[in-house]
Design a protein around this ligand. Structure first.
Ligand SMILES: Cc1cc2nc3c(=O)[nH]c(=O)nc-3n(C[C@H](O)[C@H](O)[C@H](O)COP(=O)(O)OP(=O)(O)OC[C@H]3O[C@@H](n4cnc5c(N)ncnc54)[C@H](O)[C@@H]3O)c2cc1C
Length: 282
């Protein structure tokens, strides 16, 4: 009798004791952004309107690390899962991507092209969608909001480019190889969401803390694949490269005004109540 082997091909059956189906390969892409360290200075270049990336150290955005942690937790208990991290950004990015590889990602892609400097949300989403399509995916996992740009729309825009369902701002989830079920906390309650894969999911800071890379992970990261894709590698029509939005004004954030000091001379309660009413805080 002939029995199928692991890869579905027929074997003589001499060494086979059971019929084993090929494991489903689950491909998870995690979009991670490199940002200026939130503990350092964050500055805006008032001539270009871009974030001054040299104002402090460049690190992986923490919410992106949490998205990677969620993917790695799934990989830990689901054999056959492959996690690839993708980041679009300047030349400094590979160092941050090595950290993601040290945490446990299998492969990394850096989307970088001199012609893309200053890419806005629309163009970045198109690039990330094209990169995810080229890499192949069952699930794209992202943070909900970056700490520098804080646009909060990249995940939905990427889903739109890929014509995939999106479940965004999830604060809890259950992932299987064919569905994602999750919940989004809102001011008024909790919204339950469900989507078939392939899908795009963004998660909030309610997700578990990211793991620290181990020494073994740091050593292994040096040998893991890290590719750089330029515009010519992606199916994006960006010639000439133009941002999809126009910056109309740039201004430095006004410094904080001194607060009002209330000294209790018997009227402090009335003053406080008046302040709360005037500022519509009650
Ligand atoms: C060559 C190049 C140079 C760039 N230079 C700059 C620059 O100087 N300053 C600057 O601020 N931005 C730069 N970008 C990045 C790009 O402009 C921003 O990433 C984009 O506008 C996203 O805005 P956001 O952070 O508000 O997104 P949000 O919608 O707030 O991000 C939500 C989530 O989307 C994902 N995401 C967002 N951006 C990226 C990204 N770039 N790569 C991977 N995942 C991402 C993350 O998971 C993030 O948590 C550059 C991009 C390229 C390709």
């Amino acid at each position: 009798m002939k029995l199928p082997n692991w890869f579905g091909a027929e074997s003589s059956g001499e060494n086979c004791v059971a019929t084993v189906e090929k494991e489903k390969l689950m491909k998870i892409i995690v979009l991670v952004k490199e940002v200026p360290d939130t503990y350092g200075d964050r500055k805006l270049n008032l001539e270009t309107g871009l974030a001054d990336r040299d104002a402090s150290d460049r690190v992986l955005d923490e919410v992106g690390e949490r998205a990677l942690e969620a993917a790695l937790q799934f990989k830990d208990k689901t054999p056959g899962t492959e996690v690839t991290v993708i980041c679009a950004g300047p030349e400094s990015v590979p160092k941050s991507l090595r950290k993601a590889l040290a945490m446990g990602a299998d492969a990394a892609v850096h989307v970088c092209d001199g012609a893309l400097a200053g890419a806005d949300l629309g163009l970045t989403a198109e690039l990330l969608a094209a990169a995810a399509k080229k890499a192949g995916f069952d699930l794209i996992l992202t943070g909900n909001l970056s700490t520098d740009g804080a646009g909060g729309v990249i995940p939905a825009m990427v889903a739109e480019w890929l014509n995939a369902p999106h479940a965004t701002f999830l604060s809890a989830w259950t992932l299987t190889t064919d569905r994602v079920v999750g919940s989004r906390a809102t001011d008024g309650g909790v919204v339950a969401l469900e989507a078939p894969l392939p899908a795009v999911v963004s998660i909030t800071e309610a997700f578990p803390d990211p793991r620290m890379p181990s020494f073994k992970g740091l050593m292994a990261a040096k040998k893991k694949p890290l590719q750089t894709w330029t515009l010519s590698d992606l199916d994006v029509n960006a010639e000439p490269v133009v941002p999809r939005s126009i910056m109309t004004a740039i201004a430095e954030k006004p410094s904080r005004a001194a607060g009002i000091r209330v000294v209790d001379d018997g009227k402090a309660g009335t003053q406080l109540a008046q302040f709360l009413l005037e500022n519509r805080l009650v």
